[in-house]
Design a protein around this ligand. Structure first.
Ligand code: GDP
Length: 330
């Protein structure tokens, strides 16, 4: 029985039964749109209510029943700096459980290729910038999201260990900071872009004279539109095994997905302000944490493998704001 449905070039066959874990999240939803647009018609998706990925027995039964050919693991407990500081136990526990269950059960049921989604926060706080893949585990992590980062490092190492011991082809992608449709707009626990979209929008409607931005405005972040991330994920998933192995030799199992679009938080606030059409002032709340001073990925390895982003920040933010307005109307 082939439980592997890869074409002769090593890409996923359109008939492959692909289990996309986390299709209701921002990244998973973007990957689902992209898979459907690319003609994959036998996708397996389950809501959290239908399939609790933190429950080992449930996940085992699911894999035994469904026997997917490939797996894309985009399910995770995620959040911005506020959520990471408030819920460190949830972030480490839930992510470790999801990863251990899905990666192990995928292996057990004969899945050869799996894609694990990580994060740029896996790299040390003081890594030289932009960060290359080999900065992993080279130093201490940023404390504000250490729990999440440790869980994501464990996910990469799970993939790597199964590859080493069992000859699987489990690949990991590390996205830079993402934004786009289906983001979480919670004012306390979201990431910076959706938080600012909502805050500037509400201030414009209310006619408030100023909007508060957390921290000093000086941290630098790199931002990538989630649709570009989805394209990158499928690009990596579809690379021929020899190409992937050569790129990640000797034993790396992860690759960066960077955009090269780096701005300070102050510049990002100005960009969101323009996208929303807000005319008031910016204020900086220095009692809020800045997090890591600079976080940018060296994305050159993936570019050499043929992927590049297509969105630019102003247009991407305008599209993200339109999506926010649609959600408000809906
Ligand atoms: P990080 O990249 O893991 O630090 O994630 P975030 O997206 O949560 O934060 C990025 C930067 O934006 C940090 O320096 C925050 O202090 C800053 N920031 C400014 N205003 C906000 C806000 O309203 N919400 C969040 N989450 N971050 C903000």
């Amino acid at each position: 029985m082939s439980n592997n449905r890869l074409d002769s070039a090593g890409a996923m066959d359109p008939e492959a039964r692909i289990f996309l874990a986390g299709h209701q999240g921002m990244v998973g939803a973007a990957i689902l749109r992209r898979l459907e647009a690319d003609g994959y018609s036998r996708l397996i998706v389950k809501s959290r209510g239908e399939l609790d990925l933190t429950d080992q027995q449930v996940v085992r039964r699911f894999f035994d029943d469904e026997k997917p050919d490939q797996v894309i693991l985009a399910a995770a407990r995620v959040g911005g700096i506020g959520a990471n500081i408030r819920f460190p136990a949830d972030f480490i526990y839930q992510n470790l459980m999801i990863e251990a269950n899905v990666i192990h059960e995928a292996f057990r049921s004969g899945v050869r290729r799996l894609l694990f989604l990580g994060s740029s926060c896996i790299y040390p706080r003081d890594a030289s910038q932009p960060m290359t893949e080999d900065a992993l585990l080279a130093g201490p992590l940023e404390p504000t999201n250490e729990s999440y980062a440790v869980a994501k490092v464990a996910g990469i190492k799970l993939c790597e260990a199964y590859n080493l011991q069992h000859g699987t082809d489990f690949r990991s992608v590390m996205p830079t900071n993402l934004y786009g449709p289906n983001d979480n707009y919670d004012p306390d626990y979201s990431h910076v872009v959706p938080a600012l979209i909502r805050r500037f929008h509400e201030a414009r409607i209310a006619g408030d004279p100023a909007v508060t931005v957390w921290g000093s405005g000086e941290p630098q972040r790199e931002f990538l539109h989630v649709d570009d991330m989805a394209a990158a994920a499928l690009h990596v998933m579809n690379l021929a095994p020899e190409t992937w192995a050569a790129a990640t030799r000797p034993r790396l199992s992860h690759i960066n997905v960077g955009s090269g679009e780096e701005v300070t938080i102050r510049e990002m606030a100005e960009l969101v302000k323009a996208a929303v059409g807000y005319a008031g002032e910016l204020r900086f709340d220095h009692t809020r944490p800045d997090g890591v001073p600079r976080k940018a990925l060296d994305g050159s390895l993936l570019r050499r493998l043929g992927w590049q982003p297509s969105w630019k920040l102003p247009a991407g933010l305008a599209a993200a704001y339109r999506n926010y307005l649609e959600k408000l109307d809906g």
